[in-house]
Design a protein around this ligand. Sequence first.
Ligand code: CP
Length: 311
Amino acid sequence: MIPASLTSIRTLDQATILQFLDLGQSIKSNPSAYQGALKGKTILQFFVENSTRTRMSFESATRKLGGTSIAFVSGTSSLSKGETLLDTIRTIQQNGIDAIVMRHSSSGSPELIAKTTKISVINAGDGSHEHPTQALLDAFTMAEKWGLHFKQTNPFAKKTILILGDTLHSRVARSNIHLLTRLGARVFVSGPSTLTIKNFELFPKVEWVAFPDKILGEVDAVMALRIQLERQAQGLIPSKEEYRHFWGLTSERAKKLRNGACVLHPGPMNRGVEVDPEVADSPQSLVLKQVENGVYVRMAVLSKLLGGLES
Ligand code: CP
């Protein structure tokens, strides 16, 4: 069943995930058929943490569906006068907003708003919790590369995907682990132990390898994660150079990938740290395809949540 809000992948069943992705494929194949899906709807882009890709993608998706997109400017809002998040959202609700696309540094804040207001909330990344539409667009992009569709269950049953890097802080990793395992994929994570998710009981189907070299030749895709340099003051890695040496998707390491294996990165990239420029810009790389497909996937999410056109 399609929920009123999209705050996590963890709470979605496979059938719901497939509905979003299937509609995304229909929209990509004929976008003009969906241009009225959000007519009369107003979507607030509530980004109180930095973003380039996600915010632009949601704004574009809203407009392509015929909706009105309003940007919330946090620096000049009354949040800076000490108004609580909940009071701010309740105020916004009275202005005839149909949905909020929300990025916030606090894990769980979109869920809090979804539970305590009547507004539909789409999580655009909350702290180190989840980034559901990123995981949806990543799966969409891999499926497109592999010629797969979302009409049948377990579409990724024969696929193995390595998530490489800082899974500890990564909301992208968490959403992807839930989504990819739910679609039937075998999922490995690899990275320094200080930057690896701790609570494996929450991710029972994921497998951990200390170093990626052992399995690079067996995977269908590698998803390199951004090293969150702003958190390295905590001394979680000795240096960027050492990180690159053991876990970076270097040109040398990329040569171990099978023919046809693809490379993903959610962006923004630290070129020369978690991924070499030659790899990021290689024919194997789907980085720009991920950005392009993000618009179609977000059109599908907005359309489904706000009762627009069906696939
Ligand atoms: N992938 C991603 O969330 O990028 P932005 O931070 O630029 O939105």
